[in-house]
Design a protein around this ligand. Structure first.
Ligand code: ATP
Length: 311
């Protein structure tokens, strides 16, 4: 397979007054599997639509092996956030229709459709009408249409977010296989999903790229130790006091756990724990732990993906 390189150079998108994507640059190598991570409204869908050529950038350029996207659309596979199908068509008819739009020949369709249905776990459903498909089956069919023409680059908008845990597992397993032969970028606001298959993360906030590193680099460069406090009962007073502490750089509340990023932790943990006692927090345990990706995201983007309480 010939290798392909995708370059986004200072790509921006504005809708009337709203600047949804701001000067976004990204270089995607042939073997990359990139998780585009951001909270709701970060600009992920707008960026993805520009990458696949559905939406025109307001400014900036997107090049595939040095050529503009229009000339290379057939090398891209695209799974939109909510793939639309004709409910009266069967799985086979749907793929045939989609394949023709990608200029596949009748012989290619006859050869490839059974293979792709098998790949996404829909063997035996060839003649089933889409109206009888579950959400998970539709998502798998969406992936099937995206990879049917053997794209070199697969772009997916929230491929697993709407699925239940079983459907999510199935789709992640399929993507693990596909990524062996295709560069992938996919958006999600669920970091653990991306972490299963992506080696590289791109964090996005309010249209801007905040961080773009491999997972290993992120854990190496961005993670620091944090103070983890497990408690019972109320902590409102303690939280109020913590917010006044200069050394406390970040606070995340998860259930009955508090994760604190603290400057000079060794030295500053003592006054924090003293404050905790003074505020009569019912302490169950405390420990020092390395931040994980979710916490790095929160620290960098300032928004909790999981809607955990945070200040
Ligand atoms: N067609 C449009 N017209 C006007 N504003 C838009 C349009 N599409 C998106 N926006 C705005 O642009 C911003 C980015 O939206 P976008 O859908 O790209 O973000 P997202 O990260 O994909 O969000 P989500 O995770 O909720 O799907 C949002 O503020 C959104 O309201």
């Amino acid at each position: 397979m010939t290798l392909m390189k995708i370059e986004l150079k200072q790509v921006s998108k504005s809708y009337q007054q709203k600047e949804a994507v701001k000067h976004f640059s990204l270089s995607i190598a042939p073997n990359d599997c990139i998780g585009l991570i951001g909270p709701n409204g970060a600009g992920k869908t707008s960026l993805i639509k520009m990458i696949v050529g559905v939406l025109e950038p307001t400014s900036g350029t997107i090049l595939i092996d040095g050529e503009v996207i229009e000339k290379r659309k057939d090398t891209i596979g695209y799974l939109p956030q909510t793939p639309q199908f004709f409910s009266w068509m069967t799985a086979e008819e749907t793929l045939s229709f989609m394949g023709q739009l990608s200029h596949m020949t009748p012989a290619e369709l006859v050869r490839e459709i059974p293979l792709v249905l098998e790949k996404v776990g829909l063997k035996g459903e060839e003649k089933t009408k889409i109206e009888n498909f579950s959400g998970g089956m539709k998502q798998r069919l969406g992936i099937a249409q995206a990879i049917l023409h053997h794209p070199k680059f697969l772009v997916m908008d929230e491929p697993v977010s709407a699925l239940d845990p079983i459907g999510r597992r199935e789709v992640l397993d399929i993507l693990t296989e596909i990524k062996k032969e295709t560069a992938i970028i996919f958006s999600t606001h669920i970091l653990s999903d991306a972490n299963e298959i992506c080696e590289r993360f791109c964090f996005m906030k309010q249209g801007e790229k905040i961080l773009d590193q491999t997972v290993d680099e992120m854990l190496e460069n961005e993670a620091s130790d944090q103070l983890v406090i497990t408690y019972k009962g109320a902590i409102d007073l303690f939280l109020k006091e913590l917010k006044k502490e200069q050394a406390v750089k970040n606070i995340v509340v998860r259930g009955h756990q508090l994760m604190l990023t603290v400057e000079n932790l060794e030295q500053n943990k003592i006054p924090i724990l003293q404050q905790l006692i003074a505020c009569q927090v019912d302490l169950l345990s405390y420990s020092i732990q390395r931040e994980d990706l979710e916490e790095i995201f929160f620290k960098k983007v300032g928004v909790s993906l999981a809607n955990n309480g945070a200040f």
